[in-house]
Design a protein around this ligand. Structure first.
Ligand SMILES: CC(C)(COP(=O)(O)OP(=O)(O)OC[C@H]1O[C@@H](n2cnc3c(N)ncnc32)[C@H](O)[C@@H]1OP(=O)(O)O)[C@@H](O)C(=O)NCCC(=O)NCCS
Length: 189
């Protein structure tokens, strides 16, 4: 269940954006909707960002973009893809399985599930990640979704707390391939 104290994302997100150190180079980094042709470059960034046990197949990633193109974004500069965000509508607290192709989205979605956010190491620290998150959350609000949820891996929970996400537990449910240190997180939209 969502706890009564869960806080909305927007305020925290504005804080993250305004607190970011905006480097001059950021102006040249543009966001756009992910296209199917971006997948090879996305996979290269994924490879730079995660250990082998967290790498997902092209099919698993492509299925998210195909089912929800409006909530999957990339950051690019001079034709080079620097980062990406996969997100899609979902329902309830139980996250989709990692590295498994999504066949369909729930008809009664209430949640924007942020599946993956990753930036090439050279593109980090310039506030690009909050811009990607903001784009996806804006689409989610326009669709009338109420919550946003994700699974933080590799110790990223403190990062997501900056956006207002808080951890929650699903009794009797393990996060499987996400890894032993994975944390379920949620936030009101
Ligand atoms: C997570 C990620 C997208 C953040 O991008 P970024 O450009 O580093 O982040 P921002 O510019 O928004 O913010 C930088 C701040 O967040 C902190 N931060 C970045 N990644 C973090 C993490 N994984 N855990 C905790 N804090 C983190 C930085 O230390 C920095 O802190 P400061 O403001 O006190 O100096 C990037 O680090 C990344 O691609 N990591 C690998 C993939 C990953 O772990 N994705 C999240 C999976 S749930």
């Amino acid at each position: 269940m969502i706890s009564a104290g869960i806080s909305p994302a927007a305020h925290s997100l504005e804080m993250v954006v305004s607190m970011s150190v905006v480097a001059a180079s950021q102006d040249a980094i543009a966001l756009r909707r992910m296209q199917p042709l971006d997948l090879p470059a996305v996979l290269k960034v994924q490879q730079r960002c995660y250990p082998p046990h967290l790498l997902e197949s092209p099919e698993a990633l492509a299925s998210r973009q195909q089912l929800s193109p409006d909530t999957c974004w990339v950051a690019a500069s001079s034709g080079k893809l620097l980062g990406y965000l996969f997100a899609h509508p979902w329902r309830g607290e139980t996250p989709p399985k990692l590295n498994v192709e999504l066949r369909q989205l729930p008809a009664d979605a209430d949640t924007l599930f942020i599946h993956d956010l990753a930036l090439h190491p050279d593109a980090r620290g310039h506030g690009v990640a909050p811009r990607l998150v903001e784009q996806a959350l804006r689409q989610a609000r326009q669709r009338g979704l109420r919550y946003t949820r994700l699974v933080a891996v590799e110790g990223a929970a403190p990062y997501w707390q900056r956006f207002g996400y808080r951890s929650y537990r699903i009794p009797g449910y393990g996060l499987g391939a996400y890894g032993d240190s994975a944390v379920s997180m949620q936030c009101l939209l």
